[in-house]
Design a binder for this molecule. Structure first.
Ligand SMILES: [Zn+2]
Ligand SMILES: [Zn+2]
Length: 177
């Protein structure tokens, strides 16, 4: 594991705790508080690493470069067949989607949810490790998943607050081009 992976992990959790995106300069400053890295090296990582998408900040300038917004990205998805109890082995997370939304009615009270709330189950944790997302805080991970999976978004709309939804929805769109 290189120091690059440390930078990537750290930057990912910073982005997630800032609703999934930040201006490059802001992100760099926050990363630098924990990891010593030059701005050029950090820019290189952000451009090369599939974890990040660089989005041009059109309102402020036409130039590429450090005046860009960085969005966290992952190809990891929630398994759609899991809740139909129709999946044995796949490369997607087996989790209750309402748990990921943060509004599952079960799990905390007397009634157990029939779907997994366990990010660290053998199936899930193996996938998270492969994507090097296993060190992320649960809330950060869920934000990353919601932001990156367009099929989850329409339902998020009803659940999250208006401003939050719009933010997630618009950054979700900008990662697809
Ligand atoms: Zn599955
Ligand atoms: Zn549940």
């Amino acid at each position: 594991m290189s120091s690059y992976s440390r930078v990537i992990n750290h930057a990912t959790s910073i982005l997630c705790s800032n609703k999934g995106s930040l201006a490059f300069q802001q992100l760099y400053r926050k990363v630098f508080q924990r990891v010593e890295i030059t701005e050029d090296d950090f820019w290189y990582i952000v451009k090369k690493c599939s974890r990040f998408v660089v989005v041009r900040n059109r309102e402020r300038t036409d130039e590429w470069g450090t005046d860009c917004v960085i969005v966290a990205k992952t190809s990891l998805r929630l398994c759609k067949n899991y809740t139909k109890q129709d999946c044995r082995d796949c490369q997607e997370l087996h989790l209750c989607k309402y748990f990921v939304y943060g509004n599952c009615r079960f799990g905390k009270g007397r009634k157990q949810c029939k779907f997994s709330h366990d990010v660290r189950s053998e199936h899930n944790y193996t996938l998270l490790r492969e994507c090097t997302l296993h060190e992320l805080h649960e809330d950060d991970l869920f934000l990353l998943l919601l932001q990156n999976d367009p099929t989850l978004l329409p339902e998020v709309k009803h659940i999250r607050t208006e401003t939050n939804t719009q933010r997630i929805y618009s950054t979700g769109l900008s990662t697809t081009d």
